[in-house]
Design a protein around this ligand. Structure first.
Ligand SMILES: *[C@@H]1O[C@H](CO)[C@@H](O)[C@H](O)[C@H]1NC(C)=O
Length: 307
């Protein structure tokens, strides 16, 4: 009896995903998505059999659960036995979004199956994996999304603060000053163009970049930024990674090095002894989600020219 009770959630999910899930009911959220699961015994399900009695329905459900237990306990130790010969294909999956605009996930693996085995009825038109395997929807959507806590800052409460633990220039990790416990040490602001970092962190990043870039130094034509190079298309830049608490955000050269004109490229970061700000140039190419209830900010790399 205990075995049946334990597998009820499993059977619930298996039933629901055996339906061709209408993704109109799927909603992308800041750092995830939600899908309405309809139980196959629900009157809302196309599998609902109105001539079954309640007892029949329950006993069939228990029988299905038991078949699942047997099926999964068999394959648990032989995960290499194929359940299906799948011809993989890549396509774009688009969700409606709580933010308004739909969110697209390109290059998702879709497959056509042959010799399909399993406990799913032939009436099912497709299976969406929501488990932990590599072709499941979850790790495919989750690829690249990272979240970091929003922390408070008593001094300027108008901003959302994050905790920037360090910045890496290539493989060299440069630690940031530890914030007072419970407080953030950098504001995130889409209304500020340049990113300004604590002076000590900035100067260490600058000297590390100097060591790594082989190009002629020139002054900034606007007289603002301190590290500029003569631009050539062959110029190679080190990769910078912002290490927020629980979230490493790998920046592309476009987030860090700004072409001032066709001859000069500058490091688009600056030092400050006041409020450090993670500005909008470093946010280009990311879907940045604010979850005010969970108090997190999430970053997902996205190709804005295609989204
Ligand atoms: C619906 O339930 C009835 C009663 O149990 C059964 O005879 C019939 O085969 C079921 N129909 C389908 C399509 O499963």
């Amino acid at each position: 009896m205990a075995a049946i009770v334990n597998t009820l959630p499993l059977f619930f999910v298996a039933c629901a995903i055996a339906l061709s899930l209408g993704f109109s009911c799927a909603e992308a959220e800041s750092d995830g998505f939600s899908v309405e699961l309809i139980h196959c015994d629900s009157p809302k399900s196309p599998f609902f059999n109105s001539s079954e009695t309640h007892t029949e329905r329950l006993s069939k459900a228990f029988a299905r659960s038991l078949r699942h237990v047997n099926h999964f306990s068999k394959s648990l130790f032989s995960t290499k036995i194929p359940e299906s010969m799948v011809i993989p294909d890549h396509d774009t999956l688009t969700f409606g979004s709580t933010a308004g605009l739909p969110v697209s996930f390109p290059k998702l693996i879709f497959g056509c199956g042959h010799n399909n085995a399993g406990t799913f009825k032939e009436r099912a038109t497709g299976i969406v994996g929501l488990g932990g395997g590599s072709v499941s929807l979850i790790p495919q959507l989750g690829a690249g999304v990272v979240s970091t806590p929003i922390t408070s800052q008593a001094l300027y409460p108008v901003f959302y603060y994050l905790t920037l633990e360090a910045i890496s220039v290539g493989n060299k990790r440069i630690e940031n000053t530890k914030p007072i416990s419970g407080e953030g040490n950098i504001a995130i602001d889409s209304g500020t163009t340049f990113t300004v970092l604590p002076s000590r962190l900035y100067s260490e990043i600058e000297s590390e970049i100097l060591k790594n870039v082989a190009a002629k130094r020139v002054p900034d034509p606007t007289g603002t930024l301190s590290l500029c190079y003569q631009y050539t298309p062959a110029l190679r830049y080190p990769t910078l990674t912002a290490h927020f608490t629980n979230a490493d955000v790998k920046l592309s050269p476009n987030n860090v090095f700004l072409l001032m004109n066709d001859q000069v490229v500058c490091l688009a970061l600056g030092p400050t002894d006041k409020v450090p700000i993670f500005g909008n140039i470093v946010q280009i190419g990311f879907l940045v989600g604010y979850d005010i209830q969970k108090k997190t900010v999430s970053f997902m790399p996205i190709d804005c020219s295609k989204a």
